[in-house]
Design a protein around this ligand. Sequence first.
Ligand SMILES: Nc1ncnc2c1ncn2[C@@H]1O[C@H](COP(=O)(O)OP(=O)(O)OP(=O)(O)O)[C@@H](O)[C@H]1O
Ligand SMILES: [Mg+2]
Length: 353
Amino acid sequence: MEVHNISPVLIQNANFGIIVVDSSFHIESLNQAACEILDIGGNPVGTPLDKVLKEAAGDGSQTLTQALYDNNASPVNVVINGKLKILEISAANLFTPKSVKEGVVFFINDISKAGDSAKASKDDLNLETIGRLASEVAHELKNPVTVIKGFSQLLLKKQYDEEQITDFLEIIFKEAERAHSFIQDFLNLGKTKKLHKKQINLSNLIADSVAEIEKQCFLNGIGIVQQIETSSKILGDYNQLKQALVNLGKNAVEAMELCDGPKRLTFVLMRDSLRDKIYIKVIDTGNGIPPQLQGKIMTPFFTTKKYGTGLGLSITKTIVEQHGGKLQLSSSDHGTTAIIELPCQTINQEAVP
Ligand SMILES: Nc1ncnc2c1ncn2[C@@H]1O[C@H](COP(=O)(O)OP(=O)(O)OP(=O)(O)O)[C@@H](O)[C@H]1O
Ligand SMILES: [Mg+2]
């Protein structure tokens, strides 16, 4: 993706600072809000970001640079041209279709202006989320669209034999599917989808979910264990709950793909009759989630994967909560356990007001 192709309208109209840098941290573009927040005069495009920050913040530029590279949403205090400012900074990497890092986009919110700091942090959280969302959506769609455009152009040249044309069409189809599935996930995010509830057999649900990821497990030498300790049925939306389990299963597989040692994916189904709850656990033997990331993993678009959308866990959480349940993850460096807790609701209970 060419960094300067990020929508200029989006950059200029945002009321929070946006700075886009190329892979050598030279400024590609920035908006008016960024110039105002950092008190940048003239046209800094093409200038190294460090240099511009030094001019703006003098001694404070180190704190600012550190905050930019840490990509930590906690506010930092910086003196810019003699004025104390409280800034919240976040960043997202930009990649080429071949996954080469091509630049970074920084989002900067000045929360010092609002007198009420509680309100400021609430508003800025929204701005940060919107900024990240816009950049992630652009990033996720830009890659497949670039590939589709490139291969369609090749096809239009009509210079290729049938076999090559089939290869190109397959690539186009795969990328269109990727974009379609992203858009689908994006549209479903946060939406309370109408559930089609019926009595479902949870061991069948687990078996069906396992079938979806079996091939990926086999290819990665991952053994699958199904520990079914109860024959419970609950009232739920089969397809939605299956999607939740497949999302957790995929995360587990992806966590074990590159790790050493025994690779095991365990699905546990158990019932706590006293509390009237069902538990479905998805346990992996991967390297776990680093403690500093554990608070972020449910945030939409948070991902540590090259091709991840970062929507899997948010979608799973929404589905589980729509069923009156809870999703929890616990992790150590020996692996991760995702626990879905669901109420043991049956058809008869649902009929009771
Ligand atoms: N079982 C796990 N082991 C280790 N890390 C995990 C596990 N599950 C989730 N994570 C971390 O949480 C992040 C967010 O997960 P989520 O499923 O929301 O998105 P993703 O897997 O990155 O992308 P997508 O689900 O769209 O493929 C992952 O990128 C990963 O860093
Ligand atoms: Mg995932």
